[in-house]
Design a protein around this ligand. Structure first.
Ligand SMILES: Cc1cc2nc3c(=O)[nH]c(=O)nc-3n(C[C@H](O)[C@H](O)[C@H](O)COP(=O)(O)O)c2cc1C
Length: 174
């Protein structure tokens, strides 16, 4: 993250889940930092979105993250957890959002037919408390597949959680 900080889009990654019919679903999300304790990745999302329904049925997910500057890909898989808006973590994450990002949570239901007279105006002022459809999404990594394009040949390392949360890297062919 540090070595790619000059590129603002380094915070965008793809997060895959499993649809109710077993097919894959994938979308771009913004990385909102790590939890201070442990190594869980934080995102924010709308409770009304499809991914939340998918995670309730099947918590497994995989993030795919490419850093163009250092030319590294990380595929991070693990379980996804939805944190409800009443939790302190949501309050904290809500404070960290820009007004533009907050206002999206007041838009009409995502994925529903767009009505010509739909109201996209956020309340003024926007509350300090997150609305009920705001949630934090946490990814607890269990396996990381790290591919470094730099190097001749490239380098690829797999990390898997062993008991007690430790993980040891295993070099594999790229
Ligand atoms: C650059 C970019 C950043 C995005 N960031 C988020 C995000 O942080 N959280 C989120 O829920 N959706 C984000 N979206 C929208 C999702 O990609 C997706 O369209 C939306 O969450 C609905 O997905 P779903 O129907 O699979 O739940 C972002 C989209 C783009 C293009």
């Amino acid at each position: 993250m540090h070595r790619n900080r000059s590129l603002s889009y380094s915070r965008y990654l793809q997060l895959a889940t499993v649809r109710l019919d077993g097919r894959p679903a994938n979308r771009t999300v913004v990385f909102r930092g790590f939890m201070t304790k442990g190594d869980r990745l934080k995102f924010v999302t709308d409770q009304r979105s499809q991914k939340v329904i998918e995670i309730a049925q099947n918590p497994w997910g995989e993030a795919c993250w490419y850093f163009p500057k250092t030319r590294e890909q990380f595929r991070i898989s693990g379980q996804l957890t939805i944190v409800e808006y009443t939790e302190h973590l949501c309050y904290q994450s809500w404070q960290e959002l820009s007004e533009a990002a907050k206002s999206q949570f007041f838009w009409p239901d995502p994925g529903e037919k767009r009505s010509p007279n739909a109201n996209f105006d956020p309340p003024d002022p926007i509350s300090q408390q997150p609305p009920p459809n705001f949630s934090v999404l946490l990814l607890t990594p269990e396996r990381v597949d790290h591919l470094q394009l730099r190097g001749e040949p490239q380098n690829r390392t797999i990390y898997e959680i062993q008991g007690h949360g430790t993980s040891k890297g295993r070099a594999v062919n790229p």
